[in-house]
Design a protein around this ligand. Structure first.
Ligand SMILES: N[C@@H](Cc1ccc(O)cc1)C(=O)O
Length: 409
């Protein structure tokens, strides 16, 4: 398949392009983040298909949702919420609260549809300025911009509901549109905390506490803190790794005597890396593409990779297929559909992981049927992304541009 070979090489080229020019450790951090996005992005974005799940009610039903129900929907996203009572009060009193998430164009993910279903507006900050401060992609503005656009295409293609409630904001646009106010805020934040306290936030940049941070990296947490107020976010819906800066913002809010929007923090479980698909692979491995599913894999590749995955009959422990089902398929579809012949038990739709595990452990469900069902579900999720990059001339052009950079650099 000539076409497929060409697609693969472009994916490899994008990855190489996005990670080139880094010192070795940076490149490794970034590659890991990229890979986790590529698979975990699938976990967390919203499904296009309609479902009977109460968490996926249409916004037109919002009037019928009680504050308690709104709270339940929104709260279900967060591993941690600071604080439940404050979030409750917000949802009770504000018809359209603003939630925000941000990512450096090199990684990211978010469970948006639950927020929009519960009547929130979502701002996603494409934080190119921050990627630059953090020396991502060699700090090259144009490369960062292209990477940002590429990831936005993936986000949009994966299928987001209530798109009219979701706004992508480039951090440079947000800053420039209210520059005086923003820099005033940043300077005030800079002067409000000790250097130690700011350094303490370095996990938000994917840096270790003992790393030698440059001045830009000390600015970073102060600016991220200012973003929250600039975007007037009521809910900081970011990953758990971002919690320190959100706490800093809450403290700052108290210090400025509550004159701005009060940030509540709703932190998502930081996506744990999925294991590799082969036996004993604790993580997916970049040198072995068959160890993971990528957003750009075609149907045959997904089928083949899953078919070759390590999957011992009756054993759930150390079985990567179950990790995929747990972290991707159930969050996405809220069910797992097995199609098989009558002699192998007939079709069955599992509504929860426990029932699936029980059938598998008692060997009522055979690995061949489990794998076929998993591959089918993954392909259902990935189809819109494939179609988008194949059919949309602009998305295609963006990919070509990324490729072109690689050639001319
Ligand atoms: N620190 C975030 C990116 C980010 C930047 C600015 C923000 O306001 C929010 C998020 C990350 O590492 O992905």
């Amino acid at each position: 398949m000539g076409d497929q070979g060409e697609k693969n090489s472009s994916v490899d080229e994008i990855k190489a392009f996005l990670t080139e020019g880094f010192p070795e450790t940076d490149a490794t951090i970034l590659k890991n983040r990229l890979d986790s996005l590529i698979v975990n992005g699938v976990v967390s974005l919203s499904p296009t298909s309609s479902s009977s799940n109460p968490l996926e009610r249409s916004p037109s039903l919002l009037d019928d949702i009680t504050p308690d129900e709104r709270f339940k929907i929104v709260r279900s996203i967060g591993e941690e919420c600071i604080k439940d009572a404050e979030l409750m009060r917000l949802l009770k009193n504000k018809p359209e609260p603003i939630a925000y998430d941000g990512f450096e164009p090199s990684g990211g993910g978010c469970t948006l549809h639950r927020l929009t279903d519960a009547g929130c507006r979502v701002k996603i900050l494409v934080a190119g300025v921050f990627a630059r401060l953090n020396h991502k992609l060699s700090g090259d503005k144009e490369n960062i911009r292209v990477a940002g656009k590429y990831f936005m295409e993936i986000w949009k293609a994966i299928g987001m509901k209530n798109l009219d409630k979701v706004e992508f904001v480039w951090s440079s646009d947000a800053i420039n549109s209210r520059a005086a106010e923003y820099w005033d805020l940043v300077l005030d934040i800079v002067g409000s905390f000790s250097g130690e306290r700011i350094k303490n936030c370095c996990a938000i940049m994917g840096r270790a506490e003992n790393e030698d941070l440059n001045p830009g990296q000390l600015m970073y947490p102060c600016m991220q803190c200012a973003d929250i107020f600039l975007l007037e976010a009521d809910i900081c819906q970011l990953g758990m790794d971002q919690r320190k800066v959100n706490m800093l913002a809450r403290e700052y809010w108290t210090k400025i005597k509550k004159r701005k929007n009060k940030p509540r923090m709703l932190s998502q479980r930081t996506h744990n890396m999925l294991p590799g698909l082969k036996k004993g692979q604790e993580k997916m491995s970049k040198s072995d593409p068959s160890s993971a599913i990528f957003m750009e894999d075609n149907e045959d590749e997904v089928d083949k990779k899953i078919n070759n995955a390590h999957c011992v009959e009756g054993t759930v422990e150390g079985n990567p297929c179950f990790e995929y089902i747990k972290h991707i398929i159930f969050p996405w579809f809220q069910e797992f559909e097995v199609e098989r012949s009558e002699e192998h038990g007939g079709n069955k739709t599992f509504k929860n992981l426990e029932d699936l595990i029980s059938d598998y452990q008692s060997k009522k469900l055979h690995p061949v049927d489990l794998k076929a069902a998993l591959a089918k579900a993954l392909n259902r999720i990935l189809k819109p992304v494939r179609d988008h990059f194949n059919n949309d001339p602009e998305a295609k052009a963006l990919l070509d541009k990324v490729k072109e950079y690689k050639v001319t650099k």
